[in-house]
Structures are given as C-alpha cells and as structure tokens.
Design a protein around this ligand. Sequence first.
Ligand code: ATP
Ligand code: MG
Length: 385
Amino acid sequence: MFNNVIILRYGELYLKGKNQSYFENALKDNIRAKLEGIDCKIYFGRGRYAIKEYGEFDEKEILDRMKQVFGLHSMSVARRCGYELDEIVALALEMTPSSGSFRVSSHRSNKKYPLDSMQLNRYVGEKILESKPNLTVDLHSPDYVINIDIREGGDVYLYDSVIPCAGGMPYGTAGNGLLLLSGGIDSPVAGYMMGKRGMSITALHFHSYPYTSEAAKDKAVELARILKRYCPTIKLKAISLTKIQERIHEKCKPNYMITLVRRFMMKIAQRIAVSESCGCIINGESLGQVASQTIESITVTNAVVDMPVLRPLIGFDKDEIIAIAQKIGTFEKSIEPFEDCCTVFLPDYPLIKPTLDKVVEQESFIDDAEQLVEQAIENIETIEL
Ligand code: ATP
Ligand code: MG
C-alpha cells in the first residue's frame, strides 16, 4: 500500500511569540489553498505539518507546490509504519542502501515510547549492520542518514532526505506593497523577495504603446503570472506613459529623459499605491547597475515620493539576481526580447549624476504635468491574471 507522508517544517515563525498563531493561521490557509484540487489530507500539528493520504502520482506535484509556499522551511517524504520495533527495522532495511556509511537519527515526540532516541538509534543500527554487512556506521559525515520520527498517536515516520523550501514569512502577513514591474530580470525578483517576507504584492507596469509593442506588455503579464505561484493574491495594473514621454521629449533636454520619466513613474506609483492601500513602493534597482541607479539618480527620483521605497536588490550583483530569477522561474521569460518604456526616446548619454535643482528646472518646462499624470491614472487598466 502506498502510504507516504510529506512532512512540512516551518522556520522563522518560531520567533514570533504571542503572534505566532496569526502567522501560523496564514501559513495553514496558504498551504490549504495551494493544495486545492489534489485529493489528500492535511494534518496541522504543533511545530510540524504533514500531508497524508494522497495518490502516488500526486507526490511530485505536491512537493512542487509546497516549494512555492513562503514560510515553509523544508520538507521530507517519509514512509509510515507502526510502533513495533520489527516493523521499524523492516522499513529501515528497505530504505538503506547495501554499501557505504550510514547513521540512524531518531526523534521522539511521543516520550512514552519504551526506547529513548539513543537506544533506538543503536538497536536499529545494529539490525541494519547484521543484515547488510557491507555498510559501516559513520556518526559525523555518513553517506546516508535514516531519520526515525516517533509521533504521538501511533505513527512512525522514516525519511532520508530534507528538501529545502522557499523559507521567509507566510504570504499576506506583512502589509501591501506596490511593485514596479517591468519586463526585465530584476523587478520580478524584487517582487518575489518582498512576497517572501510576507508582503502582499500589487504590480504596476508602465508601457509606451504604440512605441512599445503589445508583446512588451504581455511579457509583464506573464511575469506577474509566474509571481502568482508564490504571491497568490497578486494583482496587475498597467498605465501608459506615452503622452508624458512625448511631452518630455518635446520640452526638455534629451539627456534628462530617463531621470524625468522615472520621476513621473514614481509620482504616479505613489498615487496608485495610496488608492490600492499599499504602504510602500518596491522596485528592482541595484546600486550602480545602470545610469539611473546611481545614488544621485536614486536621490532625485526618490524626492517625488514620501512613502518608503523598498529596493530589495540594492546590494545584489547581477549574477546573484539572475540565480534567483532562474530558481523562481522568471528568467527565461525576462530574457525574451522586448522594449521597455525607458528605452523610448533614449538619449545617447543619459545623466549619471543628476542634481535635483537642474532636474526640477527641466520639469518646470512641462506646464501641464499634473494633467498628464491625472490622465495617465484615469486610463489605468486592470489585467486579469
Ligand atoms: P528591470 O530588470 O527590473 O527592468 P533594470 O535593471 O532594467 O530593471 P531600470 O530599467 O533602470 O533597471 O529599472 C529600474 C526599476 O524601475 C525596475 O527594476 C522596475 O522596478 C522599475 N521599472 C522600470 N521600467 C518599468 C516599467 N516599464 N514598468 C514598471 N516599472 C518599471
Ligand atoms: Mg528595465
């Protein structure tokens, strides 16, 4: 009979003291929602959860889905047997290889079990050695560890490997943030990082249709859909910057284009954040990566908002960001060719160290700035994910 069990472990929630039940309840809800459509039973015990009574062919799918639940630290596929020592030994023998080194590691949450952990380790270890003489015991760095978990209520679980999960805090427990989502590599990773800390994400994408194609927008939609695996309630809004960019192009010095566009983006983002009940803006900036991400540029774009702007990637190298993008599944989509709205009317030499007074002077040449912003916001589009 197939009676595997998936043991789930959560991490940092332990630190939360009296609020722990709030975080745990969110985590439980997220696990339940993630398992929708799969026939199984979920058991929520103290400090540890388990998924039982699922079909053999659903196991991989369950493991894949659990890797996407923030707040889970690790999991193991365990096999189940009864309390009798003979049963435990028989199952341990089935699972251990026939050569190499091994160690038995027992944990008892049922303290009434007649043998303590040390005695159980020794007993099962000796039985394994008797049947498999080519094995040796190595307590420090064995090739194979057989874990025995004696649970309350009559079950014993045996497992060998520990599969890492995403970690972080349960999604939906750390307020709402407005993610500026381009079609690039960085911003989806930035959204993932904040979702991982429990923040609910609303994504905002700017486009410059018809200068940028419909496909460029679709890319942001696809990226938001990938993020939805981890951030189940994510929403996506899209706003056109076309008129604003045309006006900047018409009125201002070409090398101020990027700086001014970014200030408009931020100004609009703050208003959307307020209307969407988001307490902060999130972007994918990384210090020094491009001209618009020097501390001088960041200072100038930050000056138009008065809510926190979170930049979870600020100290990351590009290759570190790419490694995360690959892990979470956004990389392949992000590297498909597309035009970002920031590439429209791109100057030959963007400003690397803009100063606020000069930027404000350039901006003052756009006398209908406020109307342009309002018009852009009026035409906001909500995209179904
Ligand atoms: P990314 O890979 O996220 O596009 P990038 O390295 O290309 O980042 P920039 O183009 O300078 O850097 O953008 C910096 C940040 O500004 C992005 O990470 C994103 O948060 C935001 N941003 C840029 N373009 C857009 C856009 N079209 N819509 C929404 N946000 C954007
Ligand atoms: Mg970009």
